[in-house]
Design a protein around this ligand. Structure first.
Ligand code: NDP
Length: 445
């Protein structure tokens, strides 16, 4: 049995039931084989065994009171996975599906993603099984305050800098930051995704979606294509989906779908900038369902379905993990899709990825293609340290450069290790090598 297989089996044995974590580890380890073959010292130093075990896991109780006075108890998590190249960095997810296996998969992916950005950030992730959907602002505020009442002692601008993720946007970051500042009596850049008046960076809300679009543009360029004129399907209608749609529309693509966990809308004429404004108000202010778009603009709504049956040139899965299965991947290929760019984390199942690669689809794995969010969080940290704010143009220019670099690094690394055009191999190996070298240099910790 190979070293990589041995480590994978060990992970499964030691962490039963954490199936998303197993999936993320398997995908990374399998693609590292050519790099491990060139570095026997990694085997001797048990580097992979060290890499798959988080440096620290914090699990805590979050009791809170709803508006009617009833008490609820949720679980809070922070997985501080790897700090070899910088402070732990990664979002916080509030969603009822959250358990340790989800947070570990996200934290593990984050190590390589953050390394790929070229910025000094380690990997971490956190969250809760709290569902902000249907809760009042006051309930969300009380929950965030109690969550931070425990988390504050484990984070800090040089230790661990959380951000948003599913269910955690500007509102939640605001309530958590306020509580941190109050408890610590300290105004520092301990969270990213902050409001612009209180230490946030311009372009941070847009960054994951814009970055994903920049990455897709680079993949298409290699194949002599452009986003302009392409029919684009997007899943989700949250932060990543909204700003992917905004940038695709700006670059001349035609976005025809958006979704939420209840279904998707299909607008064959294309979602215009004006219609997108409606979606942003619907989702970010009124917190309504995407179905209302279909009613307003008289287009079809498909309940309990994902948008992958709609014919497109480029697909941006931007909602959640495992939202494209083998069947969806086949449908996309049969319908002539030429590129799939992951805005979400691990939205494609392993057998879906296999189908994309077998069929020579330009496939951007989330680790590379959605790294623009954390990269701009890194830029927010830099601005906080400098006590300066860069202009919108400056931040967007840096984000664009970072995405072009990530594409180039993943593309060149894939070629160097004998898998030309395979961004999964390229991104995983490039992200891994930097962290592996840092871990070895710093000794057995
Ligand atoms: P949001 O909470 O803003 O939006 C999530 C969207 O996905 C919503 O439309 C939501 O629908 C939908 N969704 C969530 N869970 C499911 C599900 N189980 N099935 C179907 N639809 C679902 O989150 P983000 O846009 O921030 O995050 C989306 C993805 O992008 C996640 O995978 C996240 O990890 C990843 N990501 C986010 C980054 C960021 O900067 N925000 C950075 C890098 C990656 P509903 O409202 O019905 O729940």
């Amino acid at each position: 049995m190979s070293y990589v297989d041995q480590v994978y089996d060990w992970v499964v044995e030691k962490n039963p039931y954490e199936k998303e974590f197993h999936q993320a580890v398997k995908e990374v380890l399998e693609s590292l084989t050519p790099a491990i073959d060139r570095h026997p010292e990694f085997i001797k130093q048990k580097l992979l065994e060290r890499l798959v075990e988080p440096e620290r896991i914090i699990i805590f109780r979050v009791p809170w009171m709803d508006d009617s006075g009833e008490i609820h108890v949720n679980k809070g998590y922070r997985v501080q996975f790897n700090s070899a190249i910088g402070p732990y960095k990664g979002g916080i997810r509030f969603h009822p599906s959250v358990y340790l296996g989800i947070i570990k998969f996200l934290g593990f992916e984050q190590i390589f993603k953050n390394s790929l950005t070229g910025l000094p950030m380690g990997g971490g992730k956190g969250g809760s099984d709290f569902d902000p959907k249907g809760k009042s602002d006051n309930e969300v505020m009380r929950f965030c305050q109690i969550f931070m009442q425990e988390l504050f002692r484990h984070i800090g601008q040089f230790t661990d800098v959380p951000a948003g993720d599913i269910g955690v946007g500007g509102r939640e970051i605001g309530y958590m930051y306020g509580q941190y500042r109050k408890i610590r009596n300290n105004f520092t850049g301990v969270l990213t995704g902050k409001g612009i008046e209180w230490g946030g960076s311009l372009v941070r809300p847009e960054a994951t979606g814009y970055g994903s679009t920049y990455f897709a543009k680079e993949m298409l360029k290699v194949r002599n294509h452009d986003i302009k004129g392409k029919v684009v399907t997007i899943s989700g209608s949250g932060n990543v989906a909204q700003y992917t749609a905004e940038k695709v529309i700006e670059l001349g693509g035609k976005v025809v779908t958006l979704s939420d966990s209840n279904g998707f809308i299909y607008d064959p004429n294309g979602i215009t900038a004006e219609k997108l404004d409606y979606v942003m108000e619907l989702k970010n202010v009124r917190r309504g369902r995407i179905k209302e778009y279909a009613e307003k603009y008289n287009v079809d709504y498909y309940p309990d379905k994902r948008p992958w049956e709609i014919k497109c040139d480029v697909a941006f899965p931007s909602a959640t993990q495992n939202e494209i299965n083998k069947h969806d991947a086949k449908t996309l290929v049969d319908n002539g899709c030429i590129a799939v760019c992951e805005g979400a984390n691990m939205p494609s199942t392993p057998d879906a990825i296999e189908i994309f690669l077998e069929n020579n689809i330009a496939f951007g794995p989330g680790k590379a293609s959605n790294a623009g969010g954390v990269a701009t969080s890194g830029l927010e940290m830099s601005q906080n340290s400098l006590r300066l704010s860069w202009t919108r143009e400056e931040v967007d220019k840096r984000l664009h450069e970072i995405m072009v670099n990530i594409h180039q690094t993943a593309f060149q690394t894939a070629a160097k290790y004998g898998s030309s055009g395979n961004y999964v191999v390229g991104a995983n190996i490039a992200g891994f090598l930097k962290v592996a070298r840092a871990m070895l240099a710093q000794g057995l910790l």
